[in-house]
Design a protein around this ligand. Structure first.
Ligand SMILES: Nc1nc2c(ncn2[C@@H]2O[C@H](COP(=O)(O)OP(=O)(O)O)[C@@H](O)[C@H]2O)c(=O)[nH]1
Ligand SMILES: [Mg+2]
Length: 340
């Protein structure tokens, strides 16, 4: 996972540290005035040795040098699915942190990596705890179910993610039902029902071609009547560029009044996933993101960028096809996976 980005950042840091020019040593090293009152704590010989070695190995990266390196870095980041505005931000921050700073040559690689770590920590949005959020609402006297609407384009893993989340919530003692509001794609109702059977969760479905908003509405009604804690609404995949289909999801959202709207995107699609997230956010206002297929994402840039660009947190990463292949998005864990 995220192998390419990790290696690229590491290799770049190494290269910069190898190429960095030593700070110019002064022509004459001024003789230190002899201290009469306080004796030197270390032998004179050792002091001189330290002074010389630190002078030789100290490096400073000039602004000009950094420009050259940063062009290369920008390419590496873009190639690894980091969005343009995020790579620009990284470079600008990195410049502030390392340019013109006197560093020991051996320290420069770790200094760059540490700076990266800080920058990435700043860029990633802190996710909220979905389980806690649901528990907060259902512990309320109102006894209203917590409603989550899932959106995204075709094939990103919405239905699979819903099954995973339903299973996860069930294990946390939160009862769920699923609304099969993808009434459009052939076999979609059978697919979600099959998941429901496997994980032991009821699915509320109408016929194909029926109004998806009314499926969601009925599922909420059923949940209220049967004291079910959470309703997960599956929807048909729609291109983020199709105005009519976006109108339809806007209607589902208006009718069902979800507590949370989650965009499901593929981590492997890079900038496209970011454009999709922006478009759904613009249409219904998303609250969080699930990035699927992180198990086959070698690059990692989408996970790094999508939150920053949309200002919405990544809540979970999908890491495989099985129901338990879902991980809470953890900033520190992500940084660790990048090997920083
Ligand atoms: N490797 C991998 N495959 C996934 C993941 N999530 C979903 N899939 C697969 O992606 C395909 C499409 O998933 P589906 O849930 O039907 O997508 P939908 O059209 O958005 O509802 C299926 O073959 C899933 O098994 C994931 O996290 N990792
Ligand atoms: Mg589906």
């Amino acid at each position: 996972m995220f192998k390419f980005l990790r290696d690229k950042i590491g290799n770049w840091a190494k290269k910069v540290s190898e190429k960095a020019e030593p700070v110019e040593t002064p022509k004459k090293i001024k003789e230190k005035p002899k201290k009469i009152t306080k004796p030197s704590p270390e032998p004179e010989e050792e002091n001189i040795f330290k002074k010389i070695t630190s002078k030789i190995s100290k490096v400073k990266i000039s602004e000009k040098e950094f420009e050259v390196y940063s062009e290369e870095l920008e390419m590496l980041l873009l190639e690894n699915n980091v969005a343009l505005e995020v790579s620009e931000k990284i470079i600008q921050k990195l410049k502030e942190k390392i340019v013109k700073k006197e560093l020991l040559k051996k320290e420069i690689e770790s200094e760059i990596k540490d700076s990266f770590k800080e920058i990435i920590e700043e860029i990633l949005i802190e996710p909220f705890d979905l389980v806690e959020k649901i528990k907060e609402k259902i512990s309320d006297q109102a006894k209203e179910p917590y409603v989550i609407l899932f959106c995204g384009i075709n094939g990103t893993g919405k239905t699979t993610t819903i099954a995973k989340i339903a299973d996860l919530l069930k294990h946390k003692g939160i009862s769920c039902i699923i609304a099969a509001a993808d009434t459009f794609r052939a076999a979609s109702i059978e697919q979600i029902k099959e998941h429901g059977d496997k994980i032991g969760i009821n699915v509320i479905a109408h016929d194909y071609g029926s109004d998806p908003a009314s499926v969601g509405f009925d599922a909420i009604k059923y949940a209220k009547k049967n004291f079910i804690d959470c309703v997960l609404i599956d929807t048909a995949g729609r291109m983020h560029t199709s105005k009519n289909l976006l109108k339809e999801i806007e209607k589902i959202s208006r009718v069902c009044k979800p507590d949370l709207k989650i965009f499901v995107g593929e981590s492997i699609t890079g900038n496209d996933a970011i454009e999709q997230a922006k478009s759904f956010d613009w249409t219904i206002g998303i609250d969080g993101i699930v990035l699927t297929k992180a198990d086959i994402d070698e690059k990692g840039g989408t996970s790094l960028s999508v939150g920053y660009v949309t200002k919405k947190p990544i809540l979970y990463l999908g890491t495989g096809q099985a129901y338990d292949k879902i991980e809470v998005f953890d900033k520190q864990k992500f940084i660790e996976k990048l090997g920083l």
